[in-house]
Design a protein around this ligand. Structure first.
Ligand code: NAD
Length: 396
């Protein structure tokens, strides 16, 4: 029994038998009280692969410096802004190996571009850029520099999402006919939130870009559809609504899409769906089977073979694909949550930085495909749902 318990907890730390030289990790954004900052700090440090070495955590320089120090960053590497970080880190022998960009959307492009061009690896939050042209520039810089630009589509790193993709890849549900995905929550339903600074920027085009909810949550769902189907979104038709009328950008969207292998796609994303909490799920229907997954029960994948009985596949059970087992930490029935999915992204980043390229790590090309789809959806919604090409020009 004791041995079993020890194994469970040893297993929590992924890659523990590997080279444990810590990589130096820095963060821009993710200051005190931010939504995504803590998930990155937990994720990056969960497996002992990265040391939190430097940070420019807040748009207010003094608050950022103080908060970084309170989290253990040395005083000379607790920076007031990212420009100062770049200028100083580039001169250091022990410079950072990876910088995470977790600021609001309008700053992603410039920060990512400057760090990549200066020879740093970057993990950028989504959406990677505001425009398709910027996205193409980042893909080109990453290619030329040979540095990694990853994008934090962390939901794709849940073990049972990997199981779903592996089942699709190995033909267990046959040719995929239809994928249905939703990312709809109710956390921006309150009209008075129009003045809440944490909510307001998401619907302000100068900070969020051309799209609100679709660029914020919908692109996770769209990336998920491509990821599981191993396919690309080719064209789409969108209907956008600002249900809270004072919002300039949409808080609800319905997007129909087609993938390059012929799969039909349906996507609903909303921030005014009171009662839906996280609200991210997918269903995928093939010729000989179907799969269903909900982010609120991430350890279970529901599988129904054609004319067979519905089965619950549990993370940690025997007989799962290696890609699911590899990213699974706790033994069967022990829940794993979002920060560990983020940690899986950091593990794959550490391996890739050290030369072992990992399949499935979302890269700049995925970030570019997403922003191209965002612009396509905006154009379609403005034109009564006209079908438009969703691919970035450089991938047509
Ligand atoms: P937030 O408003 O809660 O926090 C933003 C943080 O960035 C704050 O600490 C702010 O002070 C800091 N900041 C702003 N400008 C800065 C600058 N120029 N330099 C340094 N720090 C700066 O926002 P959030 O919800 O944490 O979102 C941040 C990003 O993460 C967004 O792009 C969002 O789309 C993305 N996000 C991704 C996920 C995911 O699942 N991948 C989830 C939530 C948010």
């Amino acid at each position: 029994m004791l041995e079993k318990i020890e194994n469970i907890w040893k297993a929590l730390v992924l890659n523990r038998d590997k080279d444990m030289t810590k990589l130096n990790w820095a963060m821009v954004g993710g200051g005190e009280g931010s939504q995504i900052g803590p998930a990155h700090r937990l994720g990056a440090q969960a497996d002992g692969l990265f040391k939190f070495t430097a940070g420019a955590l807040d748009h207010r320089p003094e608050e950022g410096r103080k908060y970084a120090q309170s989290l253990g960053v040395d005083i000379e590497r607790a920076y007031g802004n990212w420009q100062e970080m770049l200028e100083n880190e580039i001169k250091r022998e022990d410079r950072i190996d990876l910088v995470t960009v977790a600021t609001p959307n309008d700053t992603h492009f410039q920060i990512t571009k400057e760090f990549l061009s200066a020879g740093f690896n970057v993990l950028c939050e989504k959406p990677m850029t505001m425009s398709v042209e910027e996205g193409e520039e980042i893909v080109n810089i990453a290619q030329k520099s040979g540095k990694i630009c990853a994008v934090n589509y962390a939901y794709s790193a849940y073990p049972m999402v990997r199981q779903a993709r592996a089942m699709v890849r190995s033909g267990e549900i046959g040719k995929v006919r239809l994928v249905v995905t939703n990312f709809s929550h109710g956390h921006h339903s309150n009209q008075s939130d129009a003045d809440n600074p944490r909510v307001r920027w998401r619907y302000d085009p100068t900070i969020a870009g051309v799209s609100g909810q679709f660029a914020d949550c919908g692109i996770h769902a769209l990336h998920m559809a491509s990821f599981i189907c191993d396919d690309e979104v080719q064209s789409l038709s969108a209907d956008f609504a600002s249900v809270i009328a004072s919002r300039e950008l949409e808080d609800d969207a319905m997007v129909n899409f087609r993938m390059s292998k012929g799969t039909v796609g349906r996507l609903w994303t909303s921030s005014i769906a009171i009662g839906r909490q996280h609200g991210f799920d997918f269903q995928i229907f093939g010729e000989i089977g179907g799969l269903r997954w909900h982010s609120e029960q991430p350890n279970q994948l529901i599988y129904t073979p054609l004319e067979g009985r519905t089965q619950v596949l549990e993370k940690g059970e025997k007989g799962l694909h290696e890609d699911a087992n590899r990213l699974s930490r706790a033994a069967i029935a022990h829940p794993e949550g979002f920060p560990l999915a983020v940690a899986n992204i950091y593990c794959d980043l550490a391996d890739t930085i050290k030369g072992q390229e990992r399949d499935g790590l979302p890269r700049a090309a995925d970030g570019l495909r997403s922003i191209a789809a965002v612009h396509a959806a905006v154009a379609s919604a403005k034109n009564k749902g006209e079908w438009v090409d969703a691919r970035p020009p450089m991938f047509r």
